[in-house]
Write a protein that binds this ligand. Structure first.
Ligand SMILES: Cc1cc2nc3c(=O)[nH]c(=O)nc-3n(C[C@H](O)[C@H](O)[C@H](O)COP(=O)(O)O)c2cc1C
Length: 386
C-alpha cells in the first residue's frame, strides 16, 4: 500500500515553504510579500546579518529535558515567537487571518492582526478562543482609530501593537510593476495569474472575505471598493508625533507595544509614554531602504533599555536558530512575518503550523548543542562574539 503523501512531508525549512508558496500564490500577491523597498538592500541584509552571529557549542551537559516556553506580554507562550501583523494576509489564502490565528492559538504563540487585514477583528474573534493581539495604524481619522481600539477591546484583545514606521508608504517596485492595489484591480494579466492558480482561486471563492474587513462599512464614507482605495491612500498620517502616541496610551489600558523602533532616542520616547515593550523593526525592509538591520542594532538597544522595557525584534527571522540568536543577544521574543506567510501561501493553516513546527524543532536541537535546557538560561554566554 502506498501512503498518500502531503506536499508538506518534504518541507524541512522555511525556504522550502517559500518555494511552495511561490508556486501556489498568484505572482502579484507572492511578490507583495517577497519584496522590500527600493533596492531591497535592507530587506536582504536583515537575513544575511543573522549569519554573522555564531554560537558557542558546549558538550557534556544533560540536555535531555529541554523546553522552549517563555513569556511575551505577560502571557505564557510555547516559544518566544509571535506572528507579526501582515496586511492583506487573507489574499495569500482564503480566510488567511482566521487560519493563521487558529494555527498560532493551537501552537500556543500570539497572533497579531493587522489593521489592514482582510478578515476583520470580529471575524477572527468569532473563530478563536484565546485573545489575539491587535496592530494599530494611527489613521488621520482619529475617530475611526478610536473605534478600532474599542472594537479590539470588545473582541477581547489585551495587547496592542502600534506601528510607527509608516508616516508615508515605502515604495516596493514589484508592487508598482504588478499594479498591486487595494483592492486588487482585475485586469487581463491578473485574471490569467488567478486562473493559473486554481487551488488559490478555489480557496478565495470559498471565503466571503476579500477586502479590508476592518475598514469597509466602518470608516466614514467607505462603503464600496472604490471609496476604500481612496480612503487607504489618504489615511497614513505624516503628522504623527509622540503626543498622538500619548493619546493612544491614554486610550488603551492593556499591554502596549510600539513597533518600528531602530534608534535609542526613540526607545527612550517609547518608555516615557509608558509603552511596556518595543519591537525593533524596519518593517521587514519595506520602509526605509538603507536602514540598519535589526539584529545589528539589537545589542545597543538592549543595553539602553536596561531591563526597563521589554525588547522584541523582527526582520529576517527564518529559523529557530535566528530566534535563539536574538534571545541570546537579549530580546525577550521575536516576531515572524514572511516565515509564517510562506507557510500560509503554501498550505493554508497546516502550512502555518508547519512553519511553527520547523522553528520549534530547530530551537530544541540548537539548545541541545548549546547545552541549554530553558529559554531563560540563554544569553550572551551562548554566542561567540567578535
Ligand atoms: C507583506 C507584508 C505586509 C506587512 N504588513 C504590515 C502591517 O500591516 N502592519 C505592520 O505593522 N507591519 C506589517 N509588515 C511588517 C511585519 O509586521 C514585520 O515587521 C516584518 O514582516 C518582519 O520581517 P520578516 O518578514 O523578515 O519576518 C508587513 C510585512 C510584510 C512582509
Amino acid at each position: 500500500m502506498f501512503a498518500i503523501r502531503s506536499p508538506l512531508d518534504k518541507v524541512c525549512t522555511i525556504e522550502d515553504l517559500q518555494v511552495l508558496a511561490r508556486k501556489r500564490v498568484p505572482k502579484m500577491f507572492y511578490e507583495y510579500v517577497d519584496s522590500g523597498s527600493w533596492t531591497e538592500g535592507t530587506y536582504q541584509q536583515n537575513e544575511q546579518d543573522f549569519k554573522k552571529v555564531f554560537f558557542r557549542q558546549r558538550v557534556g551537559i544533560d540536555v535531555s529535558q529541554r523546553n522552549t516556553s517563555s513569556f511575551m506580554a505577560q502571557t505564557k507562550v510555547t516559544m518566544p515567537v509571535a506572528l507579526a501583523p501582515v496586511g492583506l494576509t487573507g489574499m495569500q489564502y482564503g480566510d488567511g487571518e482566521i487560519l493563521a490565528a487558529q494555527a498560532a492559538e493551537a501552537f500556543g504563540v500570539p497572533f497579531t492582526l493587522s489593521s489592514l487585514s482582510i478578515c476583520s477583528i470580529e471575524d477572527v474573534a468569532e473563530q478563536t478562543e484565546q485573545p489575539f493581539w491587535f496592530q494599530l495604524y494611527v489613521f488621520k481619522d482619529r475617530e475611526f482609530t478610536q473605534q478600532l481600539l474599542k472594537r479590539a477591546k470588545l473582541a477581547g484583545c489585551k495587547t496592542l501593537v502600534v506601528t510607527l514606521d509608516l508616516p508615508v508608504m515605502g515604495q516596493r517596485h514589484k508592487d508598482v510593476k504588478n499594479q498591486l492595489s487595494a483592492p486588487p484591480k482585475v485586469s487581463i494579466s491578473s485574471l490569467i495569474q488567478f486562473l493559473n492558480h486554481p487551488r488559490w482561486c478555489f480557496n478565495m471563492m470559498r471565503s466571503s472575505h476579500r477586502t479590508f474587513g476592518n475598514i469597509v462599512g466602518h470608516a466614514r464614507g467607505v462603503n464600496s471598493l472604490s471609496s476604500l482605495a481612496k480612503w487607504t491612500s489618504e489615511q497614513l498620517d505624516a503628522t504623527l508625533t509622540w503626543k498622538d502616541l500619548q493619546w493612544v496610551r491614554d486610550e488603551w489600558d492593556g499591554f502596549l507595544i510600539l513597533k518600528g523602533i531602530l534608534d535609542v532616542e526613540d526607545l527612550y520616547q517609547a518608555a516615557s509614554i509608558g509603552a511596556q515593550a518595543v519591537v525593533i523593526s524596519n518593517h521587514g525592509g519595506r520602509q526605509l531602504d538603507g536602514a540598519p538591520t535589526t539584529i545589528s542594532v539589537l545589542p545597543e538597544i538592549i543595553s539602553a533599555a536596561n531591563n526597563q522595557t521589554d525588547i522584541y525584534m523582527d526582520g529576517g527571522v527564518r529559523s529557530g536558530q535566528d530566534v535563539l540568536k536574538a534571545i541570546a543577544l537579549g530580546a525577550k521574543g521575536v516576531f515572524i512575518g514572511r516565515a509564517f506567510i510562506y507557510g500560509l501561501g503554501a498550505a493554508g493553516g497546516a502550512g502555518v503550523t508547519h512553519a511553527l513546527e520547523i522553528i520549534h524543532k530547530e530551537m530544541l536541537t540548537t539548545m541541545a548543542l548549546l547545552g541549554e535546557s530553558k529559554v531563560s538560561g540563554i544569553g550572551l554566554h551562548n554566542l561567540r562574539l567578535p
